[in-house]
Design a protein around this ligand. Structure first.
Ligand SMILES: Cc1cc2nc3c(=O)[nH]c(=O)nc-3n(C[C@H](O)[C@H](O)[C@H](O)COP(=O)(O)OP(=O)(O)OC[C@H]3O[C@@H](n4cnc5c(N)ncnc54)[C@H](O)[C@@H]3O)c2cc1C
Length: 260
């Protein structure tokens, strides 16, 4: 039974990282989800693509239909770790690990993903963009499993995923962006620039509102309302803000009439 002190384990690529040095981790109870077949794979209905709670990056990379309809999923999956991590790591694990640098979360959020949580008490759904309330704080109780992640099927007219790290593979993101446009509007999601992966509603408002932007710096006021980057061992706040403005400007220039 899942509850306080019981840690669900999917691919274990986050759970086991600190195992050799974190002695307290050995006192916990672990629940291996890997044999729960119902949580595996992708399912399609007319309106929704559902990623089961054990769906890996590799599962998504192998599915042509997902690449065609949700191309940012594959783009992000290809840049998570390297092939070993892509084969074991799950989208649900990426969500619950709740790193601000998570690469799977931004693309899911840019597709308006909904997290499906289940416990003995029943099932609930939370928009991924509302899931985090602070660093590693989320709308998931200790007895809830992420059993699925649902993505509404829409026609997307624009999509970009950008990951800036020290190198192409096995790099922790310094600044990342996922941007989509559909009938639901623009979605701009950034990672590694706030305590959580962050949907950038001020930037989205700028793109929707038709305010003329003629340089990367034109995005800075909105970026500063949306995110709060820090200096750390990987980068500086100034670098992160500057790179984010440049990624954004060059990504949407030509696709958004007011960005020239
Ligand atoms: C070498 C290396 C490179 C990496 N590179 C990247 C990278 O480039 N980008 C990136 O984003 N991440 C990276 N990671 C981190 C990790 O691989 C991902 O976050 C991955 O998606 C975690 O998935 P998992 O299934 O292994 O999670 P696990 O380690 O099994 O679990 C992670 C957390 O989620 C919880 N959990 C897992 N499944 C569920 C569930 N269904 N319901 C409720 N809770 C659950 C666990 O209890 C734990 O708290 C890397 C890790 C390593 C070791």
């Amino acid at each position: 039974m899942l509850g306080e002190g019981v840690v669900p384990v999917a691919g274990a690529t986050d759970v086991l990282v600190h195992w050799p040095v974190n002695l307290a981790a050995r006192e916990k109870t672990y629940l291996d989800l890997s044999k729960v077949g119902e949580l595996r794979g992708l399912r399609w209905t007319t309106d929704v693509l559902t990623l089961g709670g054990l769906t890996t990056y590799w599962d998504v990379m192998q599915e042509e239909r997902a690449a065609a309809e949700f191309p940012l999923l594959r783009a992000a999956a290809r840049q998570v770790g390297a092939i070993q991590i892509q084969a074991r790591g799950t989208w649900a694990g990426n969500i619950v690990n709740a790193s601000p640098a998570a690469d799977g979360v931004p693309v899911l959020m840019a597709y308006d993903a909904v997290v499906v949580l289940a416990s003995g008490a029943g099932t609930s759904r939370v928009a991924l963009s509302e899931f985090y309330s602070g660093y590693k704080k989320m709308a998931r109780a200790a007895d809830q499993l992420v059993v699925a992640v649902e993505l509404p099927r829409r026609e997307y007219t624009f999509g970009v995923f950008e990951k800036v790290g020290a190198r192409r593979a096995q790099a922790i993101t310094k600044v990342g962006l996922a941007i989509t446009r559909s009938s639901a509007g623009w979605r701009v999601v950034a990672n590694s620039v706030a305590p959580t992966v962050r949907r950038c509603r001020a930037v989205e408002g700028l793109l929707e509102g038709g305010v003329r932007v003629t340089s990367p710096a034109g995005f800075l006021p909105a970026i500063r309302r949306d995110v709060s980057p820090i200096d750390d061992i990987r980068s500086t706040a100034e670098y992160r803000e500057t790179v984010m403005s440049r990624l954004l400007y060059h990504a949407v220039r030509g696709a958004c009439a007011s960005v020239v």
